[in-house]
Design a protein. Structure first.
Length: 369
């Protein structure tokens, strides 16, 4: 038993060193003096927190790993046991954990710590109460209703989080796997983007870091498949698909549909061209603010542009979604008379800037009224 324990201890020490554990530990000790909250957990701690990774504690799983509910000192956490690791980047893992742990945005899931005494690192995140946006959209309970206002708020908050990663994080971070299953909802249905950095980060140059690209069928930028180069516009394409989910509540890939109609993005682009967008919309919002819905549809269309350079940035997308939701709040949340509403609507069409409606979208607004 003593011999086996020593052998296990040496193996855990080997993994710890391989992933830059000592570098990470020294950095944490320095940063703790200014209130830095990141913890290196032992293998024993994460096993205890999850009852030895009991299947009863599984709260999610996918291509990158399995997420367990755990408890540390009476604090509920989400513990991600990853499946794969980029062998060539092991030594950079500790440094990259420091970068990811310093990301501080209310719409991004907080990385609390990691465990390095295992073959593939285990990540510890804050626990988010209401699960994924995917489940909220596609597995609604009978009688439940998702208002257009809430959909717009979730879209805006998610876009704002991704804009933060692209423009405010240092170095900039590209997510690489934007999808509704990676957007979580807290107890107040506030959006929280997750799974950035779920795998080892891959430096494309000295100025940028991107997550190891897994990609998900239906969300992945077609341009990436041709060039194998992930850019900020790859996240934009994927986010465009999330916008479609929010306004249609339809699956991204429908394997039961004819081949040409399996992809939601393809069906959407055809519907926009043929002015049949109304047929795709979720029944719950068909009678709501059609102008706001079409503004979102028009924005999604720009995100799905096959030419990456012609897609908007995440910052521009967040600004446009903020404009749409605020205009809806003003026009429908207050009792405005028609005289007051007319200049507001006119102002929107003139000042839309990058997002000014094209002719097809303008004509499509009238459908369903």
């Amino acid at each position: 038993m003593v011999h086996e324990r020593r052998k296990l201890s040496k193996l855990e020490e080997k993994y710890f060193q391989e992933y830059g554990g000592w570098t990470l530990l020294k950095k944490i000790q320095l940063l703790d003096q200014v209130g830095f909250g990141f913890t290196i957990f032992t293998k024993r701690q994460v096993e205890q927190a999850t009852n030895n990774f009991d299947s009863a504690n599984i709260i999610g799983h996918g291509g990158q790993g399995t997420v367990y509910r755990g408890t540390f000192r009476d604090q509920m956490v989400a513990i991600k046991k990853c499946k794969i690791v980029n062998e060539s980047k092991k030594k950079e893992f500790g440094k990259e954990m420091i970068i990811l742990s310093q990301i501080n945005h209310k719409n991004i899931v907080k990385l609390l710590g990691c465990c390095l005494e295992v073959e593939v690192p285990i990540l510890v995140y804050e626990f988010i109460q209401n699960g994924t946006l995917f489940n909220y959209i596609h597995r609604k309970n009978e009688g439940s209703h998702i208002s257009l206002s809430l959909r717009l708020m979730i879209a805006y908050e998610s876009a704002d989080a991704l804009a933060y990663l692209h423009f405010s994080a240092s170095p900039p971070i590209f997510h690489g796997d934007v999808k509704s299953a990676n957007i979580l909802l807290d107890e107040n249905y506030m959006a929280k983007v997750s799974d950035f950095g779920a795998s080892i980060l891959v430096p494309t140059d000295e100025a940028q870091l991107v997550t190891f690209v897994q990609g998900t069928c239906g969300y992945l930028d077609p341009g990436y498949l041709q060039t194998c180069q992930l850019t900020d516009k790859s996240d934009v394409y994927s986010f465009g698909v999330v916008l479609l989910e929010l306004i249609t509540s339809k699956p991204v890939i429908d394997f039961d549909a004819p081949e040409e109609e399996r992809s939601l993005s393809s069906r959407f682009l055809v519907a926009m061209k043929e002015k049949k967008m109304h047929d795709l919309l979720d029944d719950e919002i068909k009678g709501d603010d059609m102008e706001a819905i079409m503004d979102v549809a028009n924005l999604a269309k720009k995100c799905l542009n096959m030419k990456a350079e012609e897609r908007p940035t995440m910052k521009e997308i967040a600004q446009e979604l903020d404009r749409i939701r605020k205009l809806k709040q003003h026009l429908w949340g207050q009792e405005c008379n028609s005289h007051e509403m007319e200049p507001l609507l006119g102002e929107t069409s003139h000042d839309a800037g990058y997002f000014g409606r094209d002719k097809e979208a303008e004509e499509s607004i009238a459908f369903g009224r």
